[in-house]
Design a protein around this ligand. Sequence first.
Ligand SMILES: [Zn+2]
Length: 345
Amino acid sequence: MTRDILSAILAATVLVLLSACERPGKQTDSAAISATVKNIAVVETAGDVAESPDVEMVLQKVSSHVYYVKGKSGVATDNAGFISNAGIILGADGIVLFDALGTPALARLLLGKIRELSDLPIKAVIASHYHADHIYGLQVFKEAGATILGPNGAELYLESEVAEQRLEERRVSLYPWVDDNTQLLAPDEYINALHELDMGGVRLTITPLGAAHSDGDLAVFVEPDNVLFSGDIIFEGRIPFVGDADTRAWLNALGRMSERKVTALIPGHGGKAEKPDEAVALTQRYLAFLRSEMGAAVDEFVSFDEAYGDIDWSEFADLPAFEEANRRNAYQVYLSLEAEGLAQQ
Ligand SMILES: [Zn+2]
């Protein structure tokens, strides 16, 4: 194979370059040069531990028990796949993670960062939802002893052809960080109802939101810090994509969070919300509005099109994503309220 020959030729160069650079990830000239060389050589050492991609990953402190790392905005294969965020929650006797990043190599890098912070065992990883950019790192934490908690609905993704095709595609587009050793791991426990975890005084409330951004989404609220990990469902200052979400559960969860006053909101992508309370309140107002307006239409047997046209949307019409998302959101809520009504009869 070309790669074998190439890596043999380059082996000596790698040794020289490796001894010249401090640690992978540090931006020295020699590290930058060797990054490309290592990418090729490391994988040939047989599928065991690949080295770190050359990305900047910094643990950012959010509150006394909460840290996160922030991926760079971009498409899925940018920045060696480091485009999503992961949360680290430190309890008295263990650590729980929120999401696992988009490649095993990134997860290993994260594990190293966590070990600079604490030696406590990683008890669990909560997967916000089953999309490639959040779950390919799961296997690293499972190997480290963590239990995987995931949303109901993850099984739909795992059984789908899309999941298999996506993995095949990423084995090429994110090679060598995603390769034949990268697996799709199912949750050890599926979360289908409000679930609480006590980590010795640090309490996590895991809320399933139904099929919102994906086939199943979870949000996690951390007390006493009052930090919310929203996965991909709350986007600051814009209209959320409701999808087939359980808007009643979503709204209830937001209600509980707003009572406790969210001090920080960490989304699945991008930086933490500037105004977490406003982000929560806006999503809450929007969902409540959809439910009340669509509920009235359903109760009075008004057709969706007629109801939609009659509603005054001005409170939300100027927000980003309104054009793309609102009509579909409203329609989904209309259908789900019809179904809820039928269920009560
Ligand atoms: Zn995502």
